[in-house]
Design a protein around this ligand. Structure first.
Ligand code: GLV
Ligand code: MN
Ligand code: MN
Length: 420
């Protein structure tokens, strides 16, 4: 193998093999496949997640990479460089929401593997080690908060706290990790990489509607997740006069409606979602005893996000008082907006332009592992278009030529970071 150094690295024409990347995305999507769709369901630390992990770890080991697993189940595969030291890292996640597509997260991981394979095939040793990782429970849909694995990776949450987190189905995170065989020995918090770059589908409509191929991501908006439990008085639907009801369902629906009104009042880019509502006992002729629901609100400006949180809480408490029910709230996730490293943003934009690709700078609406890694090293992201802006939906789709363009930008961004 040629030892290529910073001085003589000639890699400008190097390109990844898109067929190999598509084949791997397809093979991974077969695990937890949602029948009749292109999507898949691999909620974090389920049997399906384990099978997905095993497949990807097998590919990593077949490439003779140094594979480590830590106590939160993050998996990092490293290719040696011409010098030792912290790697230039890429990666993302392979867990999905229950109605996931095949690209969200998986693209960033499998493109990283493809980049390493491309370098191997070309006989190139990068100036620094290169690593590709997948972080546990990025989605947070089963175990909140989202980006949990990368949060622990950078030391912003302790392993003990993370292991004690309960899932929406009542399982404990530490026990589930052990059960699926991904409670590993690698130290946490992990040593900071030299730099981190995540390739991801945009999951929104902006690149497609602007006719742009690559997003140079400037940062990630702030995220606030709250779980609300409203307790009322269960009673007969036919006999209980309206004036005597203490209906927790009403408060849930009023709050959901208020969240929409508030986002309209605050305007773009304020977003708000009530994505989960559970009524108990959930029967046609029973006034519910309780309502549990979630509120997801996000904004790029933390002050506006704080204001939105305050207004939702104020509304909720007033609605509960008016109906005579009690209310309890629990914060599931709260992350301030993140700004990525200017040098990495510029490098992504310049690399895309050098490859003849149209590029725009843009913030991310979705949460990503990169927002956690940015706490410890220079970090950035590369976005590729999502058809119709659809994601967290089995219909999620990105054209092969766009996947290829994104992976080639990632390849050359990583090589340049390895030279720096
Ligand atoms: C996580 O992917 C989120 O943005 O909800
Ligand atoms: Mn994702
Ligand atoms: Mn997602």
């Amino acid at each position: 193998m040629t030892n290529v150094t910073a001085e003589n690295l000639q890699t400008g024409d190097l390109r990844i093999d898109i067929d190999r990347l598509i084949d791997r995305l397809g093979a991974l999507a077969e695990i937890g496949a949602i029948e009749g769709t292109e999507g898949c369901a691999r909620l974090a630390l389920t049997d399906e997640d384990k099978r997905g992990r095993d497949l990807v770890v097998g590919w990593m080991r077949d490439r003779d990479l140094n594979v480590t697993i830590d106590a939160i189940g993050n998996v990092i595969a490293t290719m040696a460089g011409a010098t030792n030291g912290p790697p230039v890292m890429c990666g993302s996640h392979i867990d999905t929401v229950r109605t996931g597509g095949r690209y969200d997260g998986n693209l960033g991981v499998l493109a990283g593997l493809e980049i390493i394979e491309t370098l191997r095939t070309a006989g190139i040793t990068p100036p620094r080690p290169l690593a590709v990782g997948f972080f546990s429970d990025e989605e947070g849909a089963r175990f909140p908060p989202d980006m949990l694995g990368s949060l622990v990776y950078v030391g912003a949450m302790s392993v003990e706290e993370a292991h004690g987190i309960e899932s929406i189905d009542g399982a404990l995170l530490g026990e589930e990790l052990e059960r699926i065989g991904y409670l590993g020995p690698a130290p946490l918090p992990a040593a900071a990489p030299h730099a981190f770059v995540e390739l991801h589908i945009e999951q929104g409509p902006v690149l497609e509607s602007e006719g742009i191929k690559i997003g140079a991501v400037t940062g990630v908006q702030g995220i606030s997740w709250t779980e609300v439990e409203v307790i009322g008085e269960s009673n007969h639907a036919g006999t209980t006069p309206m004036a005597l009801r203490k209906d927790p369902g009403l408060v849930a629906f009023q709050t959901a409606s208020f969240v929409r009104e508030l986002t309209l009042e605050l305007g773009h880019p304020q977003v708000g979602t009530v994505g989960r509502i559970e009524l108990h006992p959930n029967l046609i002729n029973v006034v519910p005893a309780s309502a549990t629901f979630t509120i997801d609100i996000r904004h790029t400006d933390n002050n506006v996000l704080l204001e939105a949180e305050r207004r939702v809480d104020e509304f909720l408490r007033a609605a509960a008082a008016a109906e005579g029910v009690t209310v309890q709230t629990r914060t599931l996730a709260r992350f301030d907006p993140v700004t990525f490293d200017d040098r990495v943003i510029d490098l992504v934009a310049a690399t895309a332009a050098a490859q003849g690709l149209s590029v725009m700078r843009m913030p991310s609406g979705a949460g990503h592992d990169a927002q956690m890694l940015s706490r410890v090293c220079p970090t950035g992201m590369v976005f590729v278009p999502s058809v119709d802006g659809i994601s967290h939906n089995p219909a999620e789709y990105t054209a092969p030529s766009d996947l290829e363009a994104g992976a080639n930008v990632l390849l050359h961004v990583m090589l340049e970071l390895a030279r720096s």
